[in-house]
Design a binder for this molecule. Structure first.
Ligand code: GLC
Length: 578
């Protein structure tokens, strides 16, 4: 081929350069993406997780790369740029291991592989490597309490009473003919015991019968599970969310649970889970597990820790901070109304935990209705509430765990008819218990068919009706969207140490509707004012700010005058005090 003259090359290079600069500028223009997300300076630190925003993602519903109606790992990889743009530091993927999917992955039949409907181990490795390039770590969901009844261990255990795997599970004789060993009720309805006619014994399942409980009193079980953790750590996984960890142990003597008044959603008497839940033995197991985690740098344990009191939560950190680094604090999720006093009390309770455990905040997840539906007063603006809640839990001292779609203000999309329900607890408990489908619907990417979740195959759950306007593409282009608000607050976390490392101090204001607090580090203080009501609130800054002047870092539905903060309904002000 004939070489091109030099001036032609120069012009071509100039055009190429100009096009690149222009497209970069367009991609970064405020109307489009806003300022770029700064890199998290703590990405390589051992305590990265204290500076992180974690994002829970339901793999069935995030991105469906092969257009079969169900999301998959490559679908996650395809959307990593969104997570980077949002400022996410780690993703927790709910179980993607091989599974019969009775409980959508929480019934694992092989802990060291990927379910074919989600992809392959090679896809997983690629996801880890692509995520790492974007400063994002991968956390897995470790279903430690039970396996699937299709796991080879369980299949072996049914072979005979003498099988080596029999003691991997909890097999017991009944109390008498046709009577299970005790009165324990499954969290998913009915007795926790299932009879195996072949051996005449019952096996124990805290959840569905297809989810037999592992016997953690057997050291061989512990060894298998710990080796599995090491296996994933070596593959680049940064930690685990421990599923149902509080159900790990049961009373050895199988003492009955006390019966409580009323009935559960399945029509059976309520009971206090005294002997099948939160047993002290779990803490010894967690201490041993933590030692496995500490063999690797920067690895973490997050717990699904449902606790009623601050003391119970404190116990999960361990007396010497030697159990879970991040037991989830679910205590906001039971408030279900915008009540300043209730939130303040719960924040202070976790702040004052005597072991100095790091707080971990959760507002909703794949088991809990989406937060805008739970907290927004009837008829009020859900987007305003989405921004208010984001401003709160992204600026408290601790690690927030977001749930996918929350950054869009995604709402529950509940099934209207029993025959549409996919979640078995919804099928069993309808209409009192409608199941968890509503909070698990496909991520809304754009205004195209199926909201860009896939190329048109029927998604496993219906796409939200609001997806035409409530989607990533539309919200990126709208500077006042919920998405751009999340990006703005997360950016502040990366830019201001006070918001991650700073201490927390409650601020009292004359208004019972305003939640206010300060975060301070290295002599810098940030004041956060949150109007939990629909009614405008006016707050005089002095004496709150004493002799400081203040600079506005972020605001939603509010104004700052010299000495006065004017917060409209659900308004937010984030101020730096100078
Ligand atoms: C946890 C999971 C839930 C699952 C249950 C049984 O609570 O979050 O989705 O159904 O454990 O594994």
């Amino acid at each position: 081929m004939r070489p091109l003259p030099v001036h032609t090359i120069r012009i071509a290079v100039f055009f190429l350069f100009t096009t690149m600069v222009l497209s970069a500028a367009l991609a970064q223009s405020p109307a489009d993406r806003g300022p770029a997300m700064p890199v998290n300076p703590f990405v390589a630190s051992a305590d990265w997780w204290k500076h992180a925003v974690i994002y829970e993602l339901y793999p069935r519903s995030f991105g469906d790369s092969n257009n079969d109606g169900t999301g998959d790992l490559n679908g996650i990889t395809q959307h990593l740029d969104h997570l980077q743009t949002l400022g996410i530091d780690a993703i927790w993927i709910t179980p993607m291991f091989p599974s019969p999917q009775v409980d959508f992955g929480y019934d694992v039949s092989d802990y060291r592989n990927v379910d074919p409907q989600y992809g392959t181990l090679a896809d997983f490795d690629r996801l880890v490597s692509e995520a790492n390039k974007r400063g994002i770590k991968i956390l897995l969901d470790f279903v430690v309490n039970h396996t699937s009844d299709q796991h080879q261990w369980f299949k072996n255990s049914t072979q005979s009473k003498n099988n080596r795997y029999r003691n991997f599970y909890i097999w017991r004789d009944g109390r008498g003919p046709g009577q299970p060993p005790n009165n324990w009720k499954s969290a998913f309805g009915g007795s926790s015991w299932k009879l195996d006619p072949a051996s005449g014994q019952y096996y124990y399942h805290y959840f569905y019968p297809e989810q037999p409980d592992l016997n953690w009193r057997n050291p061989a079980v512990e060894k298998e599970m710990f080796d599995t953790m090491r296996w994933w750590f070596k593959r680049g996984v940064y930690g685990f969310r421990l599923d149902a960890v509080d159900a790990l142990y049961e009373d050895e003597k199988l003492a009955d649970n006390p019966t409580l008044p009323g009935v559960d959603p399945y029509g059976e008497p309520n009971q206090q889970h005294l002997n099948d839940h939160s047993l002290p033995e779990v803490h010894n197991a967690l201490q041993r597990m933590r030692k496995v985690v500490d063999e690797y740098k920067g690895r973490v344990l997050i717990g699904e820790t449902w606790t009623n009191t601050p003391a119970e939560l404190t116990a999960y950190y361990g007396a010497r901070n030697n159990e879970l680094q991040m037991p989830m604090y679910f205590n906001f999720t039971t408030i279900n109304r915008l009540d300043v006093a209730a939130f303040r009390e719960r924040i202070e309770a976790v702040e004052q935990n005597p072991v100095g455990g790091w707080p971990v905040f959760v507002l909703s997840n794949h088991d809990i209705r989406r937060q805008v539906d739970r907290y927004t007063p009837a008829g009020a603006d859900k987007d305003a509430v989405a921004k208010l809640l984001a401003a709160m839990y992204l600026t408290l001292r601790g690690t927030p765990i977001m749930y996918y779609g929350e950054e869009l203000g995604m709402q529950n999309n509940d099934p209207a008819r029993r025959e549409d329900v996919k979640d078995v607890i919804g099928q069993k408990g309808w209409p009192t218990e409608k199941g968890r489908d509503g909070e698990r619907t496909p991520m809304q990417w754009n205004a195209s068919l199926n909201a860009g979740f896939n190329q048109g195959a029927k998604p496993w759950l219906p796409v939200g009706a609001d997806s035409i306007t409530r989607n990533v593409a539309a919200e990126m282009a709208d500077s006042s969207s919920v998405l751009n608000w999340y990006r703005q607050i997360i950016r502040l976390r990366r830019e201001h140490l006070a918001l991650t490392e700073g201490d927390y101090q409650t601020v009292s204001t004359p208004s019972p509707n305003v939640l206010a607090y300060k975060r301070t580090a290295n002599g810098k203080t940030i004041l956060i004012l949150l109007n939990f009501s629909e009614v405008p609130q006016s707050i005089s800054l002095p004496p709150i700010t004493a002799d400081h002047t203040s600079t506005k870092l972020a605001s939603s539905a509010s104004q700052l005058n010299e000495t006065q903060a004017q917060l409209e309904g659900f308004g937010v002000l984030v101020l730096e005090l100078k």
